[in-house]
Design a protein around this ligand. Structure first.
Ligand code: IPM
Ligand code: MG
Length: 353
């Protein structure tokens, strides 16, 4: 297969983990005889510094022209504490999602048996937890009408029936491929937008009689996720709730550095770690590259290249079992491996597999 990949390394630790993702991708393509071509493009703070726009037109064009985008992270502390900043790196990410029509954000939450002890939750609770959060990504408060003055400000949480229907279809198709259990997370006891979600979901549920659909208020879901994470199979929710719940979900795995994600929709899909740019670790060679590397696995799987994805997952598991791990998940007394060393080990595993 010929693959054209737009690579957007972004800010902070982004470029370091991006390199490992690209190396793994190339190793897999070599092994399976795929031809891959990379186009690098700027985004986030790096792009603001270069051209004053966190998602420049040129980057958009490169993304549109690609089969998939391998994205890393954006964000820079110099913007965080300046509420008057006219443009922020995060706007680049939001512009990318909107312009590419990436309405479905797929965030799997899985546990790795050898890392269960890293989770702050009790091992017997998280052991075997395995669910996917489908987060709506181009609507809701993130993109609704906004107003901001020094005395009053608001964000509008608007959703239309077609927006809700298409994300529910994505969620149902995941549920059908998994354990056939869909939980619709909303706040229908308070929010009008949530009541529309619930109404649409209740109407659609009869089209999927093989899937058990249940409904949960978001506050309750936040609690249930840490009390009984094995309850969930596929959860679907609006943009803002999904943002919050997926950070919570990452705690179940023991490290944010482990969770990949895919954003799909109307045009080029984007594959990225769920973690941010961790500016404090920039250039230190300590960031965990696994979330980025697992994003590459999701990329192959998106194109139905299952063996390629499976090989990456095997390589990642082997690196964990061999204690080739970045500091935040290393065993006490274990050897020191940095971002590059973990990436190189995985590339080597793939070459020799
Ligand atoms: C995420 C991030 C982004 C979001 C930020 C960086 C804008 O937290 O992808 O979850 O809020 O969507
Ligand atoms: Mg988030």
């Amino acid at each position: 297969m010929n693959l054209k990949i737009a690579v957007l390394p972004g800010d902070g630790i982004g470029p370091e983990i991006s390199r490992q993702g690209v190396d793994v991708m190339s190793a897999v393509c070599d092994k399976f005889g795929h031809h891959v071509e990379y186009s690098y493009a700027a985004c986030g703070a790096a792009a603001i510094d270069a051209v004053g726009d966190p998602f420049p037109e040129e980057t958009f064009r490169i993304c549109l022209d690609a089969d998939a985008v391998l994205f890393s992270a954006v964000g820079d502390p110099k913007f965080d504490n300046d509420p008057n900043a006219k443009v922020r790196p995060e706007q680049g990410l939001l512009a990318m999602r909107k312009k590419l029509g990436l309405y479905a954000n797929i965030r799997p939450v899985e546990t790795f048996p050898c890392l269960i002890h890293k989770s702050p939750l009790k091992a017997e609770l998280v052991d075997g937890a395995d669910f996917v959060c489908i987060r709506e990504l181009t609507g809701g408060m993130y993109f609704g009408e906004k107003f901001e003055s020094d005395e009053r400000a608001y964000d509008t949480n608007a959703y239309t029936r077609p927006e809700i229907e298409r994300i529910l279809r994505t969620a149902y198709s995941y549920a059908r491929r998994r354990r056939k259990h869909l939980t619709v997370v909303d706040k229908a006891n308070v929010l009008a937008s949530s009541r529309l979600w619930r109404k649409v979901a209740q109407q659609m549920a009869s089209e999927y009689p093989d899937v058990t659909t249940d409904f949960m208020y978001v506050d309750n879901a936040a609690m249930r996720m840490i009390q009984e994470p094995r309850f969930f199979d596929v959860m679907v929710t609006e943009n803002t709730f999904g943002d919050i719940l997926t950070d919570e979900g990452s705690v179940i795995s023991g490290s944010m550095g482990l969770l990949p994600s895919a954003s799909t929709g109307e045009s080029t899909p984007v594959f990225e770690p769920i973690h941010g740019s961790w500016p404090q670790a920039k250039g230190l060679n300590i960031a965990n590259p696994l979330a980025q590397i697992l994003s590459v696995a999701m990329l192959f799987e998106y194109f139905d290249l299952k063996e390629e994805g499976a090989l990456i997952r095997r390589a990642v598991n082997a690196s964990l079992d061999s204690e080739v791990r970045t500091p935040e998940i290393q065993v006490p007394g274990g050897a020191h491996y940095g971002t590059r060393e973990v990436g190189a080990w995985i590339v080597n595993y793939i070459r020799n597999a």
